[in-house]
Design a protein around this ligand. Structure first.
Ligand code: PLP
Length: 397
């Protein structure tokens, strides 16, 4: 029965991680996968998370199943973080949130929900986008289109082309936006551009799906939610897939959420009942530990301020590495302009390195970068910056 099955291609990002692990190079550097690293190159557990876990171990009374949608306290905490405490969407109960296994789990449930209830919809993703988007949506049979986003010459957002693309998207289709810290380019719309996009969305009548995997990694928890909140001033319906993998460092706990915003509480109840059916048929109900940590932190004043400080430290380190990278390359005599990297947000940037240069960095220097030239700035440290920039200077020479 299995004889005809061919070996699947390695995942472009996680496959690179495996290759990195197996590389004996003594000074290898991993700028591939999007995992935050501290100045020692480690991905430690946040202090706020450790403290929350200690409380949980002490107080946990059962390992019985959670409900399909997860705990009420978690669902409320997620909505407060997304919308702000006093948002009309919360007051009018127009949104329902289901806990999910990471942002990927939320996107997968969103995909199934869209396929089932908007079967004719095409989903539009930015060009480029996170490599897994295509797979997630195609795996449920959705048609995936792409809209213009990145100007590879100017290394910036091609906003005119983006507007022109999205003006062609018909009513009833779905458009995915990266809430902040666009992966892979690191370039987000400005507040004014978000407002224009929201107006266009309302005019065209497409459904926005916000993929919000990096809240707090860009400019701050509130600032990073601007795009999503600006949209909510213009449109009544939205899907939001958010993740706590990065901002809580809870990568392997698989914790995120899918939120459905509707025009009325009645519609939200109906739509959410269908979301729950998708979940039931997928993984039945979510795991508990990660969401319990997030709830504990978000609802406790001491843990919350500790977490916000830790999040700020992660954000600041990334900004510092961006500037140090640009300055070190310049100091090495590299004439190619990399200054755009210090203006971008989040863990990723498109370096502009060609596939050949990426391959040379890997084979000659043990430096791992995704084939598209996407670099994870979080993999840079003060210690690896000199050898990294020396190697890049050599391949560019
Ligand atoms: N969306 C984007 C844009 C991402 O970059 C990622 C993770 O890299 C995810 C979603 C998925 O996050 P998670 O690891 O929580 O599934």
């Amino acid at each position: 029965m299995f004889e005809h099955i061919q070996v699947a291609p390695a995942d472009p990002i996680l496959g690179l991680n495996d290759a990195y692990r197996n590389d004996p190079h003594p000074h290898k550097i991993n700028l591939g996968v999007g995992v935050f690293k501290d100045e020692n190159g480690a991905t430690p557990i946040l202090k706020s998370v450790k403290q929350a876990e200690e409380r949980l171990v002490e107080n946990e009374k059962t390992k019985s199943y959670l409900s399909i949608e997860g705990t009420e306290a978690y669902r409320q905490a997620v909505q407060t973080l997304l919308f702000g405490a006093d948002h009309e969407v919360i007051a009018k109960q127009r949104a329902h949130t289901a806990q999910s296994p990471g942002g990927t789990g939320a996107l997968r449930i969103a995909a199934e929900f869209i396929k089932k209830h908007l079967p004719e919809a095409t989903i539009w993703v930015s060009n480029p986008t996170w490599a897994n988007h295509q797979s997630i949506f195609q795996s449920v049979g959705l048609e995936v289109g792409s809209y213009a986003y990145y100007d590879s010459t100017a290394k910036s957002l091609d906003f005119e082309a983006m507007l022109a693309s999205l003006s062609q998207v018909p009513s009833g289709d779905v458009v995915l936006f990266h809430g902040c810290c666009h992966n892979p380019t690191g370039i987000d719309p400005t507040n004014e551009q978000w407002a224009q996009l929201a107006k266009l969305c309302s005019k065209q009548g497409f459904l926005p799906l916000f993929d919000f995997a990096y809240q707090g990694f860009g400019s701050g928890l509130e600032e990073d939610a601007t795009g999503l909140r600006v949209f909510l001033n213009q449109v009544q319906e939205m899907l939001i897939a958010n993740s706590f993998s990065k901002n809580f460092g809870l990568y392997n706990e698989r914790v995120g959420a899918l939120t459905v915003v509707c025009e009325s509480a009645e519609q939200a109840d109906a739509a959410f009942s269908q979301v729950k059916r998708c979940i039931r048929a997928n993984y039945s109900n979510p795991p508990s530990h990660g969401s319990a940590i997030v709830t504990e932190i978000l609802t406790d004043q001491h843990l919350r301020s500790l977490w916000e400080m830790e999040l700020k430290a992660m954000r600041t380190r990334i900004h510092e590495m961006r500037s140090l990278f640009v300055n070190t390359l310049r100091a090495k005599g590299v004439t190619q302009d990399f200054s755009f990297i210090s203006k971008q947000q989040g863990m990723f940037s498109f370096s502009g390195l060609t596939p050949d240069q990426v391959a040379q960095l890997r084979t000659e220097f043990g430096i791992y970068i995704v084939g598209s030239g996407r670099i994870s700035v979080a993999g840079m440290t003060k210690d690896n910056m000199e050898p990294l920039c020396d190697a890049i200077a050599k391949v560019l020479a």
